[in-house]
Write a protein of this length. Structure first.
Lengths: 71, 248
């Protein structure tokens, strides 16, 4: 299985949670330990090892917060 | 390491002002990606409407023009006729295109202007605070239909894609949705075809995109997508209504 790496531009995340539903391996969560400059809990990944780099989260994100790489 | 997805070069670094979860952002990305992939970003001119997407001239990394309410197709006609080598497109919401701008969109299709229109249908007026639009569904509650829209008072919602597909000058008419990654990919293909039609000079192309308005629907972004699937898709079926091949 391909491995992926997801990076979030945390400052511009609006916490809409749309990326959570489209992740096939269910590793995206809202980071409730922090609040970004916009006042939202931003999206983050809790287990990057499981990421397959499908890009669904990045395609869905309306605000272009997410960058996906695959290796 | 290969990049699977990164922000399109067709968008500027300006942060979108749209509400959390608003699919305007998704469609902005698709248009920008298509313009980059077709290598026409440098010679494209977008015409922004009035409505939530009025500020889209800040977001697209190409030349933009702001039009009066509903008049984006007329402005785009002028730009395209004076500069036929440019790729000219309009980005309009349902309040803009299906209400005050109905005359403009019908006649731009009728004349077969070689422009492309991206039509955002979210069944409500967004920027002005959630009033009923021509595309508001029967029974849908808005600030001007507090007991739900009724047929007796307001008629049935207007199906723009079906209507425009009956006009000979409209050569590409398709309705898409951006509720799932699969549908987002299909939407991008449709937008690409609409721009390719313009490049081939065959006529007018329009893509209607079913979108959400979480704020004015009073739903979370995730519930909004489900509401779109449950309520909008049965009334506004996805699919292609006209391709240039049918006319050949």
């Amino acid at each position: 299985m391909a491995k992926g790496k997801v990076t979030f531009n945390t400052d511009i995340c609006k916490g809409c949670e749309l990326c959570i539903d489209v992740c096939p391996v269910n590793i995206i969560v809202m980071d409730e330990t922090m609040i970004n400059v916009k006042g939202f809990h931003p999206a983050t990944v809790n287990d990057m090892e499981k990421c397959i780099g499908c890009g669904n989260c990045a395609i869905t994100c309306p605000d272009s917060v997410i960058k996906v790489e695959r290796f | 390491m290969a990049i699977v997805y990164d922000k399109s070069k067709g968008l500027t670094d300006v942060e979108l002002h749209f509400c959390p979860g608003c699919t305007h952002g998704t469609v902005h990305k698709l248009v920008a990606e298509v313009l980059v992939e077709l290598d026409v970003l440098e010679k494209s001119v977008g015409v922004a409407p009035v409505g939530c997407s009025a500020l889209s001239y800040d977001y697209f990394n190409c030349d933009m023009q702001q039009a009066s309410h509903g008049r984006a197709p007329a402005v785009a006609t002028g730009i395209k006729r004076v500069n036929p080598e440019l790729v000219v497109w309009t980005y309009q919401g349902d309040g803009d295109l299906a209400s005050i701008g109905t005359a403009e969109i019908i006649h731009v299709a009728h004349r077969g202007e070689k422009i492309t229109t991206i039509f955002i249908n979210n069944a409500i007026y967004g920027m002005t605070g959630g009033q009923m639009a021509p595309t508001t569904l029967i029974g849908q509650k808005t600030t001007t239909t507090q007991d739900g829209r009724t047929v007796e008072h307001s008629g049935k919602p207007l199906k723009m894609a079906e209507m425009l597909a009956t006009i000979d000058g409209a050569k590409f008419v398709e309705r898409v949705s951006v509720d799932t990654p699969t549908n987002i990919r299909k939407a991008k293909k449709a937008i690409r075809k609409a721009f390719e039609l313009q490049l081939s000079g065959k006529g007018f192309g329009i893509v209607e995109v079913l979108s959400t308005c979480p704020t004015n629907w009073a739903l979370t972004p995730r519930d909004s997508l489900q509401w779109l699937r449950d309520n909008m898709m049965p009334y506004y079926p996805l699919g292609n209504f006209r391709t240039p091949e049918e006319d050949e």
